[in-house]
Design a protein around this ligand. Sequence first.
Ligand SMILES: *Cc1c(COP(=O)(O)O)cnc(C)c1O
Length: 723
Amino acid sequence: MSSCVAYFSAEFGIDETLPIYSGGLGVLAGDHIKAANDLDLPLIGVGIFYSQGYFQQRIREDGVQEHLFPRIDPLTSPVKPVLTSDGRPLSVEVPIADRKVVLTAWSAVVGRVTVYLLSSDVDRNQEQDRRLTDHLYPGDPDTRISQEIILGIGGVRLLRALGIRPGVWHLNEGHSAFLALERIRELSAEGTSFDTALEAVKASTLFTTHTPVPAGHDVFGLELMDRYFGDYYWQLGADREKVLALGRIGDGFNMTRLAVTVSTKVNGVSKLHEEATKELLHRWMPHIPKEDIPVDSITNGIHLGTWLSPGMKALFDEYLDNLWEKKIADPKTWLPIRSIPASALWEQHLRNRSGMIERLGLPIAAPSVGKTLIVGFARRFATYKRANLLFHDLERLDRIVNDPSRPVCFIFAGKAHPSDRPGQELIKKIVEVSQSERFKGRIFVVENYDMEKAKALVQGVDVWLNTPAKPMEASGTSGQKAAVNGVLNCSVLDGWWCEGYNGRNGWAIDGATEGSDQERIRADSAALYELFESRIVPLYYDRDEQGIPTEWVAMMKESICSLAPVFNTQRMVDEYWKQLYAPVMTRGRYFAADGLEVAARVAAYKRFIRDNWHEVRVGRTGVSSLRVTKIGLTMVRFEAEIALGPIWHKDVKVEAVGSGKNGIWKTKLTLAKSLDNGMYRYEGSLFIDSDSLWLAKSNIRVIPVSKDFGNDFEMELTAWGDT
Ligand SMILES: *Cc1c(COP(=O)(O)O)cnc(C)c1O
């Protein structure tokens, strides 16, 4: 099994009967697993079996969120114990502070793909250790770091005990990044040096980040690290400083930094999020221009088989090609949607609406079905998602929802993390508004949001609303689930919607991109009201003789045709395979072959470069000539004297880099002459738009390169000229 991908995630939303997810990250992981199975890819999941899962939410009459923690009974859950060949529970041990904690595992099987879920709830452990895996995302740092040790280190040990040797290690978020330390330890125990082990591990690891803000990253204090890893550092074949340096930011150990350091590829989950991630990592590597930070993106998708309503699926089966489910990512698959009679699509949508009203027990009278515009907003109540944007101007909202001939209802659902007070405050405010006289029967709050309720909502409302503070929504996926069901998105142009919106398939809340939080709330909410008043409500109530909103239905078709082929996990996992898994697998093998030969060579090379980099210096530079061409371009010639010390000139790349009106430009300089004083003269030229020339600032930089590096910034080293 050395050609398999091990996919590590702190949460998995595979099925509503296994509540070990908190939101989009986990549901995405579950959908990733299902798509890997559909595509028959060799992937296994590693996570944690939380004995009490994520909490169950009750919302009191006064809007206060209560947290219930029922135990998940493995015997009635879709999991089986992982056993040894002689039928006993398989167990591994992990070091947690000065204790040894025993872990067993459960397996959740999705077709041919298995997800292994670790548990510390084992008889042999002390009571305190049995409780470590009770809850998802514990607030207290000791439990948190213990869980991440269980996931990262325990996960590697479990795979070893099962005889699985993955060729690719995928960190879905930074929570599992300790797995890299464990893999270094394994190699160190076999006699490999730390540096070589690090290169071998890095070559076969990739990291998907989901969190565009530093506040969302796990950071452990150094004294906490010492408490948990004091006896472990030395087992990696390095000293404390060297191990901590892998993830150190200031006086904390940052799991996102660790994940970046130990991965050969880093990706965000939408194009916009790629930019946000570059910006974020640029803070840690200020000498590398934002544009050069090596981060890619693969935009998230959803698993259609999970989220498409059975009724819609039957309709698609009728009108689409027989094999449509195998060709979801082909836009042509979806063209016949346009020939579904408007009445058939609308009636199916109305059945989904009634189904939702019934499943959620909403007090919306049956006769008004189809005669009240229903808008859904459901996701985690994290403050950046701004669930209260709609309530900025209650007078204006009152006029929108209470027009007797064109009523509008809003349904809200979502959990706030038990330690997220501001998130819980949001719920309370919305509950209060929903109970006030003028909003009774217009605003509903549904408690205990989960995958089951998500299905009902994304299939049954008319409009799916999303109002995050841009660019905080890395991707978002709930709107993608709505789209395939013919539910129209109305969203801030953040995350995936920035790529999905085409002007005809939903609405963009085009508010403010700058200014204080308050200013943006004012602008975004005004844009939101304006959309409802002048576009959404009129379109919904514009009916033909049979009562069908024909323009609306045309928009539903446009939404399905344009969004379903792109924002699905078939396309997504296929991209992961081609762009990340396959190349990383090849790279990992190349580094490991012949007793880690390449890993050792790269480690030695990096050590040499690092030890001598202080001698690299950009000396005299000049823009030596200018020549204007007829077509408005100017040829700019650069020259630079570079000192390299003992570093060979073929081991560096010299570039002129500038910033103009279209971002940065760069051009490679080539070695022209070796000078007497141990310096080299480099020269190069570039045609540049004459207009932008005087806007351009340029400088010369030197970067260490190697054909064995994953990218030019692998060492995060550059030497710049003085400016
Ligand atoms: C899809 C899903 C999410 C993600 O919603 P976003 O709007 O993308 O944040 C969260 N929770 C559940 C239960 C989901 O099914």
